[in-house]
Write a protein of this length. Structure first.
Length: 454
């Protein structure tokens, strides 16, 4: 690092000598010499970075490849002080997945153009440019000694937005384009990182059972591996391995809205509407949409269709006392629980499933007996769907004398089952991007709802 700093200083000195010599020959073209213009640019960007509380988010991509870790994007938050100190915060695998801040020095230097230089060691930023082996990658072919992650710590400032809230950077060595986003004065570096981490963990879940899709102006593409930060993209129905393309991305939050931005724009046709780089999350539709072309969007699966597919596939959907539910529905569960306790039973779970071989729909009630045994009671019902978002459950019947007897002695259990076996609107438990849970809402009372886990 020390050698790099000396080299930077030498290049800067040479650049100033050359630009000063040129300015003597071009006085009739520019009012200021090249050195004066660079110094003015340096001052402009320094003032921009320290405006307000000087807080920014950096979307950092070390290299332009698509390998895990070296091709991944890393969110860093920064606070630039007028004293030339900068605090960098991050939470990722390089910080052992805990939030960490590190302080060092920064400066906008004048090279061939204005360059944002982090010119003293920073435990967070500089480890991406250290030529050392990545310690948590193991196995044949995973020795990065001499190259490390391969990132930059000096960035050419290429431009900034009209409102001064976005600054565009280009890695001086690798040439990778990164972006700085100004943060609100009231936002802390840590809260911004953890807000986006929470959003990411809710939207893109490892093990989500359903597919996701990227619609490119009507062309349907399937995506997966979103939880890794590098989306795998391929045509629906095509072989994923042989046709895939990989696209690193990062989340940001601007003006209270969440955004997904790919490192590189995805091109899918001709014309202005044939590329996409940034998508805004529309919470009302649970999709990421391209604001310049609403026919380009990233979405999850349809809850109704996905539930029906799995229902017909004999998957089981479970409700317990700890399941997410409305207050009014929880009251029904608690009342049924107390009725069963009077009969020396403990409520464990309710499972809904389809038995295709015998052609019936089933509610299975699991109870613990006072001798720590388990009693299973089954009830059947009919179900029809409207093809959109409503299932109508009806005709609840007991399958044997034991099931009928418990139901007659626990009237609040009958009330609970009746609240399940009715007309229900179905939606995602949390998001269409992760349909491992489904929310059932009574069409007669939208304050009465419960979530089933698949």
């Amino acid at each position: 690092m020390k050698a790099n700093k000396i080299l930077t200083a030498a290049l800067l000195l040479g650049s100033l000598v050359m630009t000063t010599a040129c300015s003597n020959e071009e006085d009739d073209i520019f009012d200021q010499s090249a050195a004066e213009r660079l110094n003015a640019a340096s001052e402009t960007y320094s003032n921009l970075l320290t405006a307000g509380t000087g807080k920014w988010a950096m979307e950092y991509f070390p290299t332009n490849n698509t390998d895990r870790y070296t091709g991944s994007g890393y969110l860093m938050t920064m606070k630039f002080d007028k004293s030339s100190a900068v605090t960098v915060g991050m939470k990722n695998i390089f910080s052992n997945n805990v939030y960490r801040e590190a302080t060092s020095m920064w400066q906008v230097i004048t090279d061939d153009g204005p360059v944002l230089s982090f010119n003293t060691w920073n435990d967070n930023l500089h480890q991406f440019s250290q030529p050392e082996d990545i310690p948590f990658t193991t196995g044949s072919g995973n020795n990065e000694q001499g190259t490390g992650v391969g990132g930059d710590y000096e960035f050419i400032i290429t431009s900034y937005s009209e409102d001064g809230k976005e600054i565009y950077l280009k890695g001086k060595k690798r040439g990778i384009y990164d972006r700085l986003l100004q943060l609100p004065d009231t936002t802390t570096l840590q809260s911004y990182v953890e807000d986006l981490e929470g959003f990411s963990n809710r939207i893109f879940v490892d093990g989500a059972p359903n597919p996701q899709y990227l619609m490119l102006n009507g062309d349907s593409m399937q995506v997966d591996s979103c939880f890794t930060g590098i989306i795998r993209l391929f045509h629906v129905g095509a072989d994923a391995v042989s046709t895939q393309t990989l696209h690193p991305f990062l989340f940001s939050k601007q003006n209270g809205q969440y955004y997904l931005r790919f490192r590189d724009a995805i091109k899918f046709g001709q014309g202005e509407d044939s590329t996409v780089q940034q998508l805004r999350y529309d919470a009302s539709k649970d999709i990421f949409v391209d604001e310049k072309n609403p026919n380009t969007y990233l979405c999850g699966a349809d809850p109704y269709k996905f539930f029906l597919t799995n229902w017909n596939g004999a998957r089981r959907f479970t409700l317990t006392r700890s399941s997410v539910m409305s207050d009014s529905f929880k009251t029904l569960v608690d009342n049924a629980y107390e009725d069963l306790r009077k009969l020396t039973y403990t409520f464990l779970s309710i499972q809904l499933s389809r038995n295709n071989s015998d052609n019936y729909n089933q509610i299975r009630l699991s109870l613990r007996t006072n001798r720590n045994g388990t009693m299973i009671l089954d009830y059947h019902f009919d179900m029809t769907g409207d093809g959109k978002n409503v299932f109508t459950l009806s005709n609840l019947t007991s399958t044997n004398k034991a099931a009928e007897t418990v139901l007659s002695k626990a009237p609040n259990l009958q009330v609970l089952l009746n609240a399940i076996v009715q007309s229900q609107a179905i939606s995602a438990g949390t998001t269409n991007f992760n349909l491992s849970t489904f929310k059932f809402t009574s069409t007669a009372d939208n304050n009465q709802w419960f979530v089933l886990s698949m």
